[in-house]
Write a new protein. Structure first.
Lengths: 225, 225
DNA sequence: GATTGCAGAATTGTCGACAATATGGAATGA
DNA sequence: TCATTCCATATTGTCGACAATTCTGCAATC
């Protein structure tokens, strides 16, 4: 299970993020510091640092003197996230269509190839990491720190939303649509690229069940109060 | 000078943010932990927490084993911030035009009134805080945690950009344009409100000199005092 | 004269311990 | 039986100290 040596803050963040995305950690669950310190075999100080980062990403909420809890995004917030995401990703794609280096093209194509492998082998962990990572890689390729930070925030929140409201068992952010977008960018076809991206995001959002609010609270105390 | 009792993390963040916005802290300056701990009369642990939050807001960058430095946003990043801001603020205004409570209206009008007072009395500190606070209040009124967090991020970065690239001595985000926006929202006039907001943001961006970059300061204590 | 190597100093990273605060349940009284 | 008060427990908040890393100044060398 846990390594004998300590893990870095970033590793803790990624582990928690993945656990949330894979629905092993449900909204409302408290992330107790000492418990996590024991699991990751590090001191509480490092856990606190990781929790602060997770709060930045919108995955957990920290209540003073109470602790850190996995967020439960509302339906409206989910729609807001996708609304902003459509705009930001359009901005990213437009910038990329103005020209990318050969090295960037290779990196993008390699990433899609990795996604294909993960999909054929059906490795859930890799599929989740890579499908979000594709959109992050697009933003990184632009070279703007702000767009990258914004996209990371959006991807984190999208992962949480997907984990909560996904109504299919399959992860839809598949490599085929990603591959098409990459090729449109390579051809500097801004119209086609932005259209494909918009369609892709609509596709992702359409497979969410944003009408029904699920009963996620296992807070017995609140129910009996 | 510094108080005998310690200050909260949020107070430290606000103080640093204000110092950056007022150009007492220039991009590139290192924020040394021990020095700041002495200035604010708290332990380094709390300073580190504040620095992590400032990193989240995009105001400082933290390099491992090197320290925290005030960010210097590039011209391109400045344009990206305003691009995204136009979209998000449009979303906020549209949502507000669907109806706001009487209490919300009062809060918005009161805020504009405070801005007027600060402007007539020419209190720079209040002007900066309140002009950013107006846009933050709009997002808060919508009631979406995500939009609020996004707007806070955008406002922080905009403050830094304004501090770096402002070419006039006056703070242009004046209360008159804000007041017009509020009244359009009160009248549920979405077309006019979004138009006014777009014009307002164009106005703010137009007064920036996005060609030149300035140098940095070195006296941390004087800037924060 | 420019470059490299090496201490010493300065700064950040990490940890364990203690204080402050909230929670949950038992005891008490109406 | 229900509401209230109080206390034991668990959890978070804060701090000071030490370890690891990086920067700086100086001298030696090519």
């Amino acid at each position: 299970m846990s390594d004998q040596t300590g893990v870095s803050v970033q590793q803790i963040v990624e582990k928690v993020w993945l656990s949330i995305a894979e629905r092993r950690l449900r909204p409302g669950v408290q992330l107790k510091e000492e418990q996590m310190a024991a699991i990751f075999n590090v001191s509480r100080a490092r856990i606190r640092q990781a929790l602060a980062l997770l709060q930045r990403d919108g995955l957990v909420g920290i209540i003073p003197n109470r602790g850190a809890f996995v967020c439960k995004p509302s339906v409206e917030e989910a729609r807001d996230v996708f609304f902003v995401r459509r705009t930001v990703e359009r901005c990213v794609v437009e910038r990329l269509c103005k020209g990318v280096s050969k090295a960037d093209i290779k990196r993008l194509r390699d990433h899609v190839a990795k996604e294909r492998i993960a999909n054929t082998q059906d490795i859930t962990t890799d599929i989740i990491k890579l499908s979000g990572g594709f959109h992050l890689l697009l933003a990184e390729t632009v070279g703007s720190d702000f767009l990258f930070a914004t996209m990371r925030d959006l991807i984190s929140r999208s992962s949480l939303i997907t984990a909560v409201y996904r109504n299919t068992n399959r992860f839809n952010c598949g490599p085929d649509e990603h591959a098409e977008i990459v090729e449109a960018i390579v051809n500097n076809d801004a119209d086609r690229a932005t259209h494909l991206m918009a369609h892709h995001l609509e596709h992702v959002e359409s497979e969410l069940d944003l009408t029904e609010i699920r009963d996620l609270s296992h807070d017995l105390r609140a129910a009996l109060a």
